[in-house]
Each structure stands twice: as structure tokens, then as C-alpha cells.
Design a protein around this ligand. Structure first.
Ligand code: PGA
Length: 252
């Protein structure tokens, strides 16, 4: 059985006080979530430590960071290392989000270094892939996603691969209100799973593959009912406890 995961990516939103409040609201209602669904929240760096204290002594909600440095430590002003994140403790780190690829020019080499840091520090990885609108219009979406996986996920040691979660996020759907149709998403998720199976064989059958891009309470049920969609990476709708929990309750 594959893990079902709904992860909230708060991006650069909320103050520390607001983040603590949102976490408390989520924790109060985790009994609404169906058994077997794991919740993950990814607040900004400044919130991680106080939020981690709230998450002690419970298992329903895990903590993720949105990014980490590619270097292990040292004179890199403003960066946050994977070792620091593991010491919070964070369980997951998001790597390869399209906003990082686009606004901070994170290429495959940088992403591979970050992934190695995450895995070397014992955390799990939420690795984002997805095509831009022009790629889809040129019918290049499968090639683009295959290349994103080939360069940074396929080189991983099979033992480390157990800690990889994939998030398919078509760039044209992120924060735009446009969602991929359930058919478009399922088609890509199935492609990703079979592509990964060429390298990781049976292990690819249990890799959680999350959908991201304007996922909300009104469309989560249809998306999550697809056989290869194992949950969601939620941006805007994860900033409201009610919407986030409603999405997480959308599994059949
Ligand atoms: P969105 O963001 O849900 O606001 O579209 C998703 C993401 O970027 O992870």
C-alpha cells in the first residue's frame, strides 16, 4: 500500500504568530482526517522551531522545510543547511519547486547537491517536477518531466530512493486557479511511476506521487480518486486550516 500524503507549502506567507495559530487549528481537527493519510506542513524557516514544539507527542502532522542549502555548512551568509533542518527536527525537505527553479535559477546540478544533503541528514525528500505551459503546448511535457527525473532522481542509491516523494506540479497550474484535469494529472502520474520503475523497479510502485497546482477542496476528491495520485502538495489552500483539512479528507 502506498502512503497517502497531503502537504501544505506555506511559501513566504504568515508571521510566526500566524503560523503557530494555523498549526494549532490544524492539530485541533486532525481527527477529521481519514486513517492512513499523513499531513505535512512546510512553514517558512523562521517558524520551524516553534512549530516543531507544537508537533511533539503526536503523529498526525509532520514538519517539512521548503528549501535547504546545497553546501553542508560554513561561510554561506543567509543559507540554512540540511543539518540545521534535521536538528529542528524536520522530517521532509521540498526540493525543486518551480518557484526555486525559476526565480533562483536552481538547475539540476544544484538540485542534486541539495537532495544529497537532505538524504545524508536522514530526512525525506519531496521532489517537485512539472512542465511549463509552452512545454505542454509543444507536446513536450513528458520529455521535460522525464529529464527532470533522469538527472537528479535516477542517480540516487536505491536505498535512499525509499525516502523520495514526487510532486507533479504543472507550472501553469501553480497559483493560477487553473488545475490540470484529473485525466491530465493521472496520465502524467502514471508516466512518472513507469519511468521511475525503469530504474527502481518494484520500489516505484510504492513511491507516493502528489499532485500540486491549484488543488482545493472543490477538486481534490476527483484528483485523489485517480489510481496514481497519492495526495497533494497544496499552496494557497493550505493557509486556511479548514481548506487544508477538507482537502486531506477528500480521499475516497
Ligand atoms: P498552489 O501552489 O496550490 O497555490 O497552486 C502549489 C505549490 O506551489 O506547491
Amino acid at each position: 500500500m502506498r502512503k497517502k500524503i497531503v502537504a501544505g507549502n506555506w511559501k513566504m506567507n504568515t508571521t510566526v504568530a500566524e503560523g503557530i495559530q494555523l498549526t494549532k487549528e490544524i492539530l485541533l481537527e486532525t481527527n477529521r482526517i481519514p486513517k492512513g493519510v499523513d499531513l505535512v506542513i512546510a512553514p517558512p524557516f523562521t517558524h520551524l522551531f516553534p512549530v516543531s514544539r507544537l508537533l511533539e507527542n503526536q503523529k498526525a502532522v509532520s514538519l517539512a522545510a521548503q528549501n535547504c542549502a546545497e553546501e553542508p555548512g560554513g561561510a554561506f551568509t543567509g543559507e540554512v543547511s540540511a543539518t540545521m533542518l534535521a536538528s529542528v527536527p524536520c522530517e521532509y525537505v521540498i526540493v525543486g519547486h518551480s518557484e526555486r527553479r525559476t526565480y533562483y535559477q536552481e538547475n539540476d546540478r544544484v538540485l542534486l547537491s541539495k537532495i544529497n544533503q537532505v538524504l545524508a541528514n536522514g530526512m525525506s525528500l519531496i521532489f517537485c517536477v512539472g512542465e511549463r505551459l509552452e512545454d505542454r503546448e509543444k507536446d513536450m511535457h513528458f520529455q521535460v518531466v522525464a529529464s527532470q527525473l533522469r538527472e537528479v532522481i535516477c542517480p540516487l542509491d536505491p536505498a535512499d530512493y525509499q525516502r523520495v516523494i514526487i510532486a507533479y506540479e504543472p507550472v501553469w497550474a501553480i497559483g493560477t486557479g487553473k488545475t490540470a484535469s484529473a485525466d491530465q494529472a493521472q496520465e502524467m502520474h502514471e508516466f512518472i511511476r513507469s519511468f521511475l520503475a525503469q530504474t527502481f523497479a518494484e520500489a516505484a510502485q510504492v513511491t507516493p506521487i502528489l499532485y500540486g497546482g491549484s488543488c482545493k477542496p472543490s477538486n481534490a476528491k476527483e484528483l485523489f480518486s485517480c489510481p496514481d495520485i497519492d495526495g497533494g502538495l497544496i499552496g494557497g489552500a493550505s493557509l486556511t486550516a479548514d481548506d487544508f483539512l477538507a482537502i486531506a479528507s477528500s480521499f475516497a
